[in-house]
Design a protein around this ligand. Structure first.
Ligand code: ZNH
Length: 147
């Protein structure tokens, strides 16, 4: 069981209450698809994602980026039981979508880069540490139903 300090809880709630989901979600997903092009394999139905100059104009990518980021609210709202909160979503990625779980970490790191870019000076070492811990728990929970 993961323990959270009062400060860590406040930091995570603070980040996710101020995020602009419709920009941070798509930008994080786009960054992941550009930096790790093999992740594009999962989004064949989104059309051509290979052009970094136009990727953010893809409406399906935009929509999905927001869905994924909103998916993190499940963890924000269940910080004391993130593992169980993600049982179904983990199963979906494993059994139906066949997403290699190593990709969760890649997307989490891209999200961190985008959030840091938005928060600028507010992205202190304490904020970075709390976000890294939070995303590590999320990644581990999403990887849990892989057998
Ligand atoms: Zn994912 C889907 C979340 C990662 C791929 N996703 C999804 C959804 C959600 C999510 C919420 C929806 C579901 C339903 O519908 O029910 N993800 C998520 C999260 C994360 C993720 C939270 C982390 C952080 N994913 C991911 C990755 C990948 C993916 C990394 C790859 C690379 N997803 C995916 C897909 C899908 C999803 C493919 C499906 C889409 C459609 O629409 O079909």
């Amino acid at each position: 069981m993961v323990e959270w300090t009062t400060e860590e809880r406040a930091i995570i709630q603070g980040i996710f209450s101020k995020l602009d989901y419709d920009t941070v979600g798509p930008e994080s997903l786009a960054r992941c698809l550009i930096v790790y092009p093999w992740t594009q394999r999962y989004f064949g139905k989104f059309g051509n994602l290979y052009n970094a100059d136009t990727i953010l104009a893809n409406p399906m990518l935009g929509k999905h980026g927001t869905v994924v980021l909103r998916g993190l609210l499940t963890a924000v709202n269940n910080m004391d039981d993130i593992k169980n909160a993600y049982t179904q979503l983990s199963e979906l990625h494993s059994e139906t979508l066949h997403v290699d779980p190593g990709n969760f970490r890649l997307l989490a790191d891209c999200l961190t880069v985008i959030v840091a870019g938005k928060m600028k000076a507010e992205f202190t070492p304490e904020v970075q540490a709390a976000l890294q811990k939070f995303l590590s728990v999320v990644v581990s929970a999403l990887s849990r139903q892989y057998h």
